[in-house]
Design a protein around this ligand. Structure first.
Ligand SMILES: Cc1cc2nc3c(=O)[nH]c(=O)nc-3n(C[C@H](O)[C@H](O)[C@H](O)COP(=O)(O)OP(=O)(O)OC[C@H]3O[C@@H](n4cnc5c(N)ncnc54)[C@H](O)[C@@H]3O)c2cc1C
Ligand code: SF4
Length: 341
């Protein structure tokens, strides 16, 4: 019980980060196991780099709140893959999609004690893992390494992948139902949310789905051609995807070359004329939808990129802080501090 907030503690549902309690951590190293954190987000303080040193301070800050210093110590038994057989034959489950939702569903099914199960995972794309492969930014390899957990699930007996099979085109729902006891749809949210504003379809106005799919080599988007000759790009919205795109458009191409960015995107970005990226957000910097780690990541590029914030105050008067916002460790307070710096 060393990592907080736990699911039964206040703030868990809104938590952007989890924190390690120095008073209960015994340095057992279990949290560096891929099952606990598949993206290696848990790093001992002595291994922090100048770029990540700030996290030690943020972690300590969280436990400054005296209400957070007394926690129960409780060891939770970890579940193991289910190997027990059943005399009535396996439950056959089809999962449509092979992104994180599908993989965690398959993991849950194949580790449920006493359940004899066969899982068939279908994806329309020729490669698995959904938007972890085609959405998460290429310079976020640690996030993409979540696929290591999925690979371990895929290696289990009773798990079968059927790639390049689109349900609705190659197979119908009824056909799936004929051969499986249950069908789980984990197909993600592939369509854009249109704004319905004049000019949305003019040349030069593109959706994040198209651009992100293009630089990640998504088969549906790899053929797009974007005009990157202008000096200034404007991104509407200030969530994590906006910051991903701002980073990719401004990042040193030599650094991007060390990622798995699509070759066509790398050569287009090498010739890009874009020097300014303006991120336009409805909410003030402290209440924006991006998370603190994404903001720190952008601020961490400050040797290559000049980051300026044009807002009267990081904490806009139009969004007065609520009770939760006022705690020293709330995401809102942290974002406001970082933007103020
Ligand atoms: C640009 C971007 C950046 C992101 N960055 C991060 C990040 O840094 N960190 C983070 O935690 N999250 C990030 N996310 C969010 C994360 O990628 C998603 O939350 C996650 O991938 C959703 O998982 P999912 O399984 O629900 O859907 P998806 O990952 O979208 O998977 C759905 C799968 O279903 C398949 N499918 C759809 N229809 C059919 C059909 N009819 N038949 C067969 N297969 C079908 C699709 O091909 C796809 O493989 C990002 C998302 C985007 C868009
Ligand atoms: S090292 Fe062990 S005790 Fe410390 S946070 Fe990780 S799992 Fe908990």
């Amino acid at each position: 019980n060393c990592i907080h907030p736990t699911p039964d503690e206040p703030g868990y549902a809104r938590a952007e980060m989890l924190y390690i309690d120095p008073a209960t951590c015994i340095d057992c190293g279990a949290c560096t196991d891929v099952d606990v954190c598949p993206v290696d987000a848990i790093v001992p303080d002595f291994a922090l780099t100048p770029a990540t040193a700030r996290y030690a301070e943020l972690n300590a800050h969280y436990f400054d709140d005296s209400a957070r210093t007394r926690y129960r110590r409780e060891r939770v038994a970890r579940r193991r893959p289910n190997n027990s057989g059943s005399s009535v034959g396996p439950l056959r489950v089809a999962i449509v999609g092979s992104g994180p939702s599908a993989c965690y569903a398959a993991d849950e099914l194949t580790t449920t004690p006493g359940l004899d199960v066969e899982v068939h995972i279908f994806d329309r794309l020729p490669t698995p893992w959904g938007l972890v492969r085609y959405g998460v930014a290429p310079d976020h390899q640690r996030t993409k390494s979540a696929t290591r957990t999925f690979e371990r699930m895929a290696d289990r007996p009773g798990v079968f992948f059927h790639l390049g099979v689109e349900i609705g085109t190659h197979l119908t729902h009824d056909e799936l139902r004929t051969h499986h006891h249950a069908v789980i749809y984990a197909v993600g949210a592939p369509a854009d949310k249109r704004l319905g504003i004049p000019g949305e379809d003019l040349p030069g106005s593109v959706s994040a789905t198209d651009l992100v799919g293009w630089y990640n080599g998504h088969p549906d988007h790899a053929d797009h051609v974007f005009d990157l000759s202008a000096e200034r790009a404007v991104i509407l919205g200030n969530g994590n995807v906006a910051l991903d795109i701002a980073r990719i458009l401004t990042r040193d191409v030599e650094e991007l070359a060390r990622t798995d960015i699509a070759d066509h995107a790398l050569s287009a970005l090498a010739g890009s004329g874009i020097r300014d990226v303006v991120v336009v957000g409805r909410r003030d910097p402290a209440h924006a939808a991006y998370t603190t780690p994404e903001l720190l990541g952008l601020a961490g590029l400050s040797t290559e990129v000049e980051l300026t914030v044009d807002c009267p105050s990081a904490m806009d008067v139009n969004h007065p802080p609520n009770e939760f916002d006022q705690t020293s460790h709330s995401p809102t307070t942290l974002k406001a501090q970082i933007v103020d710096e």
